[in-house]
Design a protein around this ligand. Structure first.
Ligand code: A2P
Ligand code: 11C
Length: 338
């Protein structure tokens, strides 16, 4: 079978990658419809060897469209995803808008694909936040084997997580710095070039940011275990593509470091890069950017805790963290459900 697929936010950073991943993986498409706002309706985006006309989401009728991949921001999903679902189109939503609703499946393709079955309730499946996604791909085999009680994590998140305007701000500020020009700060809360910012998204009443709380809520929902404690600090760094995370976890029962290596080497979607020598670990630029896998290194026993394991987890936030997982959800959907 072939499917009529719409990409909402087709002109954005994630939308662009959605189009290339759908083409790369030869998703069975009868027609691809790129959608965006009125601003870019009428422009063109590349799909395979064609230049497709971008249509206005606001006036698009989803009747007859089988699957829509939404990546145009939470307020756009809030308004248009239910409209698409009501027309019989299954929505894979990349925003945080529906993620925490009990009747919306929240899926990492390697971790909880069985939960896709719940899509029939509202016709919408949510794609997790990029920083949760890569962490859980790496932790799932350990969670399955011995159980995880607590996760301490510090993130180092690239500017592409904030969309095209994030990429532009780092590029422009870097050029301005090197040319002794005055900087302008628009997208981020402080200068991002040659700096880092310990705030992603808005502050919550408990002093954590929304990005940090997403990692808490999403981990508990995806692992189907509300007892897992998650303590994140999310930091924006001057990297274009690829999020990194220093993950410190505590397991229910002890696990040897040899067994952790074995589990991660067998884990789907994971590449272990751990040589304990200079350069023998993943970095966003040398390993992750433009790649599909989640790269794990610096694997070691925590010397401060008997059941502690430390990991360094790096992945392309636009690919596995967003577009790739959305396409993988759609692949499971057509294989098992549609
Ligand atoms: P547009 O080009 O029309 O602004 P990014 O995450 O890289 O900033 O991209 C955001 C994407 O979401 C773009 O494709 C953008 O399209 C799209 N978008 C933003 N607002 C809307 C809207 N109100 N309706 C449809 N698409 C939207
Ligand atoms: C960032 N994680 O890196 C954010 C972007 O909930 O899908 C993704 C926001 C989300 O800025």
């Amino acid at each position: 079978a072939q499917y009529k697929v719409a990409v909402v936010g087709a002109t954005g950073a994630v939308g662009d990658t959605l189009l290339s991943i759908l083409a790369e993986r030869q998703f069975p498409i009868s027609e691809l419809v790129p959608l965006a706002s009125e601003r870019s309706a009428g422009s063109r985006v590349a799909f395979k060897e064609k230049q497709l006309l971008v249509q206005n989401l606001d006036t698009y009728d989803f009747t007859g469209t089988d699957i829509a991949l939404f990546s145009a921001g939470g307020s756009v999903s809030a308004k248009y995803a239910p409209r698409a679902a009501a027309a019989g189109c299954v929505v894979v939503d990349n925003t945080s808008h529906f993620r925490y609703d009990d009747d919306i499946p929240l899926i990492v393709s390697e971790v909880n694909p069985h939960a896709i079955a719940g899509y029939t309730k509202r016709g919408i499946i949510a794609n997790p936040n990029c920083s949760t996604m890569q962490m859980l791909v790496a932790l799932a085999p350990i969670q399955r084997e011995v159980g995880i009680t607590r996760i301490n994590v510090a993130t180092y998140q690239s500017v592409s997580g904030a969309g095209r305007s994030g990429l532009e701000e780092l590029g422009k500020q870097t050029a301005d710095m090197l040319n002794f020009r005055e900087l302008s700060v628009k997208k981020f809360q402080a200068q991002i070039a040659f700096n880092l910012i310990p705030q992603i998204d808005d502050f919550q009443p408990n002093g954590y940011t929304k990005e940090e709380m997403k990692m808490v809520w999403e981990t508990q929902k995806i692992f189907e275990d509300l007892s897992i404690q998650v303590n994140p600090t999310a930091v924006r760094v001057p990297v274009f593509y690829g999020h990194s995370e220093a993950v410190h976890l505590e397991t229910k029962s002890p696990i040897s470091i040899e067994r952790v290596f074995e589990l991660l080497r067998q884990a789907p979607g994971v590449t272990v890069v751990d040589e304990r020598k200079p350069g023998g670990y993943p970095t966003p630029v040398t390993h992750a950017a433009g790649k599909d896998d989640v790269f794990v290194g610096r694997i070691r026993q925590d010397i401060s805790h008997p059941n502690g394991i430390d990991l360094w987890v790096v992945s392309d936030n636009i690919r596995k963290g967003a577009a790739l997982n959305a396409v993988q959800i759609a692949e499971i959907l057509i294989r098992d459900y549609l």
